[in-house]
Design a protein around this ligand. Sequence first.
Ligand code: CO
Length: 459
Amino acid sequence: MNKNPIKIVETVLRDGHQSLAATRMRTSDMIPVLREMDNIGYYALEAWGGATFDACLRFLDEDPWERLRTIKKYVRKTPLQMLLRGQNILGYNHYADDVVREFVFRSVDNGIDIIRIFDALNDVRNLECAMKATKDAGAHAQGAIVYTISPYHKNEDFLRVAQDLIDMGADSICIKDMAGLLSPYAAYDLVKTLKEKTSVPINVHSHCTSAMASMTYLKAIEAGADIIDTAISPFSRSTSQPATEPFVYTLAGRERDTGIDLQKLHSLADYFNIVKLDLAKTFNLNTDIPVDPKVLTFQIPGGMLSNLLRQMKEQGAEDKYPELLKEMPKVRAELGYPPLVTPTSQSVGSMAALNVTLGRYKMIPKEVKDLVRGKYGHTPGPIDPIIKKMIMGDEEPIGHRPADDIPPQMEKMAKNLAEAGYPNATKEDILSYALFPDVALTYFGKHRCENPVCPKNCK
Ligand code: CO
């Protein structure tokens, strides 16, 4: 048995289909291979969180909690992992601490073993509550640092964030590169720094958006990374993770041999190929998303570039598009270098579009004002003082942890749900409602009858 294998987190049940199939994989698509997956020898299966929760309720008529319990029923040995957006849980707004805490506890109770927690701005105060709850619930708390490129995202900045997370109890650290910007040599240096200065396992999570991620992983492995996130081939590459199989083959017989049997992966890939074709057909999806190395120059995902171009065309301002490409990095710098991932990418993009069409900062969207006010936390770099003055006047920015302003919400949510006709709602249902009220109510309307003599026996 190899003493130092690279550990593999298989992402097909979460990020793989979130990236390539609009998060439409159904529980029934997963069940037939879950036992097989449990026997492969993965370090963990990323199977929940991110957009899967919303997609279950909104598009698939499924209860996400039920999905988790079902997966757990089949996956007995391999830890189940989820992705949590710190104080935002699975969305883009801050929730009260009692909701975050309850959500973490219910997740662990229903089957989650490892929780990867991140904040888009790397403001560790937004991870505090979720990290503590994860530790209290007895699960593995993985603190994630969001990777991006800016004068305020140097190795020493990332190291500082990692150390803060370890001080909060992080059991491992993930370098989370959502946009695929982490280059092979940058990864090598960053992983080396983290391995030298910390003593927890280092996990690298990237996307093939710029077509660099496989090279990036290999250099990260050479630098001593402990864990990589990959997706079985049919749900790999383009905007998803690198494929699992080439890593198993590349490292076989070497120092970092994964210990995984490639034949088993081939059979799994055959199965997921069929699932992918079926999802594309059923939901009318284009799963053949091209890679987009332009992200390396513009640091903006290609999807967003084409959206902006379309918006400009609609406003008859197509000729301003080259100007917009120059305006984006300027706005990003003025707003303190937020990473260009959802939702800050939208804020920066729409601000830049307004600037080139109406004049600089003549009209400012609410999300941009909130970012400047500190409503999401500290931006990585300082906000341009002139812009700040323009938006806030003499108002002081929020200096404390943003969630400190939010009073407890669980009781109120339970009360609202009771008033909506569900006085006996479970904690899980209350959380579904707290996170996605409209879609949860639609789902409950179909599946949660409080009538004790319901003719449809729907309980
Ligand atoms: Co990802």
